[in-house]
Design a protein around this ligand. Structure first.
Ligand code: MG
Length: 367
């Protein structure tokens, strides 16, 4: 089987809540997502998606994804999409770095592999663990009372895990954590995600002030070294996210005992092939995981669901259902959350069929 054509589409994804806000005053109202179709000479078509969290979160931006796909595409025409290891090696040889550019192409080729094999991607990624898996709800940064109200509302919808966007003024962040914690019931889990937003001294004040609260602390500071310093002065369970983007920092973090949980975003690692490698390593090392992506719609959510559902249940800390945050559906067959849980499709491949009327005209065509 050979890749015959690669096309990319640009889709805008507005939010039900209007705006998503996190540390440092960063916010997005309409996400700029890129959907990729990889067509083969045997008629199979696979789809993938990449959607950075704006241009100021990770070193990734939406127009860069499309420029990168146009750059990489000609190197992939004629390649076999079923041989994922070789395909990734080819992408790395043609374009240094830029993991997020490669992600949507890799996901689309997993979709093709699943369709060709007649199995859902989760089976090919290791198997389906349980009936469904657990989700968290991200709580956009607002005043403490407003965040507490959001948690109460999402709790009523069935979510039991909540990730607060903190990383702002430390005194206000302490209030955010306290007021939300007061809303929780036994069995709920709370994560305070600073998204690199605190300096070390502020992070140390926050973790000391909430020592009596059962809360996970996620990525308090920008660098790995700063996070490790906070970790060593903190007795909360600790999550690393932005600084863990490949095997090297993951192994270093394990050696230093720098985290209890890691956040594996598919595009941060460069696609399902590399995210699965990290997932399997974490399973072997006993490191629990949040499995998700930076953002996305139906196709990203489908890819997340296959990786999350194929992860041993006790190793999956949480996952995300981005397609329930946004107002636009880009594909039929995408997984839909039931309360605070979700399951991967049982159809071959990702199990999604793009809505071509929503995708519109392609913005990149390589053949
Ligand atoms: Mg995070």
């Amino acid at each position: 089987m050979r890749i015959r054509r690669i096309t990319a589409y640009r889709v805008e994804l507005p939010l039900h809540e209007g705006t998503y806000k996190w540390s440092g005053g960063k916010s997005v109202s309409v996400f700029d997502s890129t959907i990729v179709a990889v067509e083969t000479d045997e008629g199979l078509v696979g789809h993938g998606e990449v959607c950075p969290l704006g241009p100021f979160y990770l070193p990734a931006y939406a127009a860069g994804a499309r420029a990168g796909i146009a750059e990489l595409g000609p190197h992939l025409i004629g390649e076999d999409p079923l041989q994922l290891g070789r395909l990734n090696q080819r992408m790395d040889a043609a374009l240094q770095g830029h993991a997020y550019v490669k992600s949507a192409i890799d996901i689309a080729c997993w979709d093709i592999l699943g369709q060709a094999a007649g199995h859902p991607v989760c089976i090919l990624l290791g198997g389906r663990y349980g009936e469904d898996f657990v989700l968290y709800r991200a709580i956009s940064q607002e005043a403490p009372e407003a965040m507490a109200r959001r948690v109460t509302g999402y709790r009523a919808e069935g979510y039991r895990r909540f990730q607060l966007k903190v990383g702002g003024d430390p005194l206000e962040d302490i209030e955010r954590i306290r007021q939300v914690a007061a809303e929780l019931k036994p069995g709920d889990r709370l994560v305070a995600d600073a998204n690199t937003g605190w300096l070390m001294h502020d992070a140390l004040r926050v973790v000391r002030a909430v020592r009596d609260i059962d809360v996970y602390i996620e990525q308090p500071c920008k660098s790995y070294e700063e996070c490790l310093t906070v970790r060593r002065h903190c007795d909360h369970p600790f999550v690393l996210d932005e600084v863990i983007d490949s095997m090297t920092p993951l192994l270093r973090g394990h050696t230093d005992r720098a985290m209890d949980v890691v956040n594996i975003k598919i595009s941060k690692f460069g696609g399902l092939t590399r995210a699965r490698q990290a997932r399997d390593l974490c399973v072997s090392l006993g490191i629990a995981m949040t499995i998700e992506d930076s953002w996305g719609g139906d196709i990203t959510t489908a890819a997340i669901a296959h990786l999350a559902h194929s992860t041993p249940t006790d190793m999956l800390f949480t996952s995300t259902d981005f397609n329930s945050y946004v107002t636009v559906s880009t594909a039929e067959g995408a997984p839909q959350r039931q309360g605070g849980r979700m399951s991967a499709s049982t159809a071959p491949g990702l199990g999604v069929k793009p809505r071509m009327d929503v995708l519109g005209k392609p913005v990149v065509i390589v053949e």
